[in-house]
Design a protein around this ligand. Structure first.
Ligand code: PEP
Ligand code: MN
Length: 384
């Protein structure tokens, strides 16, 4: 039988190798962490690029860069790193961030003109044409940051809309919705408080720093509504009501154009074209579900329309999952889906006391659920 004896030299060499590989493993882990941080930084840089596009700021800010480099060098020195190393490192980071921001700026401007699009030649995408950004109060819809618009289906009373506005603002909402003129399916249902409701809505929103979106039902009301609301909604039932499209367009206010329950994407774009042709460039399209054989949901949310519209039009597109789903428990998932497919935002119904809602009770979100949605999605970069 033979025995192996380990010489002290061999043992030392083995120990050294172990120490060496442990050190390598730990530096590898640090590099991996740095890479993860770099990926995280790239996402933030993209968001900064979008925020700069939203606020029309230049991509390169030499003063901020010099200040920030100075701060990093001082911190580096305190950590025992020579300024040269910090500067070299930061330059690589800055170049990377700069490229991410440039990409955001260039996004969406190189798509080809869609075929057979003469019927919506103002709405269609064209190479070199920048995406339309629609400013509504603090919100810049279409500028690349996801917007969550929320509020009750209907303005029911001054107290109700004030409470709803409190919850909406606390959740970070910038545009408050609420119906004053309600297009109800049955004439026996609550029809809204009309102009009085509009005044309550406008006071509730404006006193809290929010803008207003509300529906216009009658061309004769367009001007009066425009005096109180920053965004005029044309409801699904009225998508092809040409006198209403024109009347809303002529107020000069931005228009939120909902898709008709049985309108094709092209019919919807042609409806938007009527508004653009009046010289009003500020149109936001809103997918709110279409009528199909399905009865589990109120309507069928056609998210493929959002993806299709991104190829067809420079106009921003948002999604209304409330009227599509008809049930509040489906709405957070549909908001996520809307974001994933490239929508620029959502408009959702929220009631401060769901059980008491006079209108669309089943689909009303509770304030806490709205807050979950805004926490997750408000101002997040639009995908695609
Ligand atoms: C609404 O948003 O209040 C509404 C009535 O929606 P739609 O026109 O999509 O049915
Ligand atoms: Mn409703």
């Amino acid at each position: 039988m033979t025995t192996t004896t380990i010489t002290p030299e061999a043992k030392q060499a083995g120990d050294d190798a172990l120490v060496f590989s442990a050190l390598r493993a730990s530096i590898n882990r640090i590099d991996e962490r740095l890479l993860q941080l770099l990926a995280e930084r790239a996402k933030v840089a993209t968001n900064i690029g979008l925020a700069k596009r939203v606020t029309d700021r230049p991509i390169h800010d030499a003063i901020r860069e010099a200040e920030h480099t100075g701060q990093l060098c001082r911190l580096g020195e305190a950590l025992g790193l020579p300024p040269r190393v910090v500067r070299d490192f930061y330059q690589v980071l800055a170049r990377h961030g700069f490229a991410a921001q440039l990409e955001v700026r260039a996004a969406n401007t190189s798509r080809a003109t869609p075929p057979d699009s003469d019927g919506f030649r103002l709405a269609r995408i064209e190479p070199g044409r920048a995406p339309t950004v629609v400013q509504v109060g603090e919100a810049r819809i279409g500028a690349g940051l996801f917007e969550v618009i929320a509020g009750p289906c209907a303005v029911e009373s001054e107290a109700q809309i004030n409470l709803a506005a409190d919850h909406a603002r606390a959740a970070g909402v910038r545009v408050l919705r609420g119906g004053a003129f309600k297009p109800r399916t049955s004439p026996y249902e609550f029809q809204g408080h009309g102009l009085q409701g509009l005044r309550w809505l406008a006071d509730a929103a404006h006193s809290r720093g929010m803008a207003v979106v509300t529906e216009v039902l009658d061309p004769a009301d367009a001007q009066a509504v425009a005096e109180h609301a920053e965004l005029l909604q044309i409801g699904a039932r009225n998508m092809q009501n040409v006198p209403l499209l024109r009347a809303c367009a002529r107020t000069g206010r931005p228009v939120l154009l909902k898709r008709g329950p049985s309108a094709s994407i092209r019919e919807w774009l042609c409806a938007g074209e009527y508004i653009l042709l009046e010289g009003n460039p500020n149109v936001v399209l809103c997918e709110r579900g279409i009528r199909t054989f399905e009865r589990e949901t109120r309507n069928t949310l056609d998210l493929s329309s959002v993806a299709a519209l991104r190829e067809l039009t420079h106009l921003p597109v948002i999604v209304d999952p409330s009227h599509a789903a008809g049930r509040d428990e489906l709405i957070p998932a549909l908001c996520r889906a809307a974001h994933a497919v490239g929508a620029q935002g959502v408009i959702v119904e929220m009631h401060p006391c769901k059980e008491e809602a006079l209108c669309d009770k089943r689909q009303a979100l509770r304030p806490v659920t709205l807050r979950g949605i805004t926490n997750e999605l408000q101002s997040v970069a639009v995908s695609g």
